[in-house]
Every structure is written in structure tokens, then in C-alpha cells.
Design a protein around this ligand. Sequence first.
Ligand code: CP
Length: 290
Amino acid sequence: MKGLLRLRDLSTEKIQEIIDYAEKLKGGYKVSYPDKRFATLFFENSTRTHYSFMSALMNLGIQVLDCNVSASSVQKGETLYDTVRTFESIGVDGVIIRHSKDGYYKELEGIKIPIFNAGDGASDHPTQSLLDLMTIYEEYGRFEGLKCCIVGDISHSRVAHTNIEIMERLGMKVYISGPEEFNDNSALFIPFDEAIKTMDIIMLLRVQFERHQEKMEMSVSEYHEKYGLTLERMNQMKDNAIIMHPAPINRGVEIASECAEAEKSRIYKQMTNGVYVRMAIISMELEGKL
Ligand code: CP
């Protein structure tokens, strides 16, 4: 299948190439594909991924068909395969898809146009990881030896799962922290208050209530007290350490409002970089270089 479905399918050299190209685009390098047309299909809610993909497509001069899934024939029972096959048949050159089903793209064998995964279930979110990596690389100019702790709802997070695999492959030391009920042993566990003082990157996650089968054991105020990034905790971070979060953020739960806006926060830079990594992968795919 063409496009980008999982980051683990890309070599570390290719990932560095994507970041370097995204930086070039951020620096003003222009490339345009006015004869191309892409469709965005979001079967799950999204603000950042959906609209930064659209921004990326528009920046590349690509025409966008933004499929309103709730008003489409999906509601009449049309399958994912038949929906994508339809877009392919009407002349679309690529599709961006977010879906709640892990590995939804396995149903799309036979589709010839590129498919870009905008998040599947709790499995993968490749472009989120790319924008995270671009932001880290801008900060430190390297990956090797950096220490990152991902904190919070690890077990339901496609961001955590994608990031742990690629960060370890790039030579970073990755830890997880937060409530024991969300610990899926996908990386080495470290107590939050120890992580705060020793990490280069504290990456917070939203509690993903919509994916929970059972109610979380603690209240959100208890969560904030035990696992939230408060001003007091932020002040214990290393001088050059940074705060990241894929967002949406829940202010007052996993992060205090002041910390989201603090000098150490790279949360809004991550969003900006998302446009450029998405431009990079689409352009590279169209040039046969992905
Ligand atoms: N980070 C992220 O995937 O945000 P959205 O759900 O708003 O796209």
C-alpha cells in the first residue's frame, strides 16, 4: 500500500529525511501540485490532525475534498473499502484517514492511491510522532541519549505507542509514568516526581475517557494532584527541559493552564510543525521518495 500507515515501516534515515525536508518547507521552500486532488476522511473527531492536513494540502496547492462522514453514504452502511474505492474512482489522488479501528487499513488491500494514516484506534499516529520528532530535533539537534517520559493514559494512546517505538530506535531513552491502571509496560516505568527532575522531555497525555471500558478509579482533581504538571512540578524540571503534549489538552487535569503557556512548553510549536511534516510526507509520496 502506498502512503504512510505506520512509522515503524520507515527507516530512521527516512525519518530524518522527512524532518529535514519539513524544515526546508518551514524555511519557505515552495513546491506545488495544482493538478492533484486529495480527500480527507475523519471517522473520529479531530481538530489538529484534520485541519493541519488540510492546511498542508492547501499549502501544496492540492485541491481538497473534505468528506463529511456523518452526511455520507457511510451512514447507509457503505464499508470503508467501498468509500475509499469510490474516492479513487472519481479521480482522487490520495486519502487521509482517521478511524477508531486498529489497523483499519488492512481492509483497504487493493486500493492503489496513497493512504495517509491520521490515527487508527490505539495503535498508530505516524504524523503526530513525526511532528513530535521534528520539535525535539529543533530543540536539541539530535535524538541520541535524550531522555523522554510519556506520562498518563499510556494504554489507550496511539501517540505513546508510536513514539516509544521510534524514539527508542533513534537512540532516545523512553520512560512511562502515571497511574498504574494505564501502565501497559510498553516502556520502563518511572515515578512521576522522579521523572520531572531528570528528563529532557516531559510528554503529557490526555486521559482518553472515550476509549475507557471502565470508569477511571480517581477523580480528575486527584489525577491533577498526583500526575498533573503543576507549576510546582514544572519548576523542578531541568533548565533546558521541555514540555510536550499532542493535545487536545485538558487544563487543570494533566496540565495546569499556566504550564501549557509557559516558556518551557512546546505544545503550540508542535501544532505548527504538524503542517510541515504533513506537507513533507505528501510531497515526498507524490515525488516517489517516501
Ligand atoms: N493530536 C491530535 O491528534 O489532535 P486531534 O485529535 O485534534 O487531531
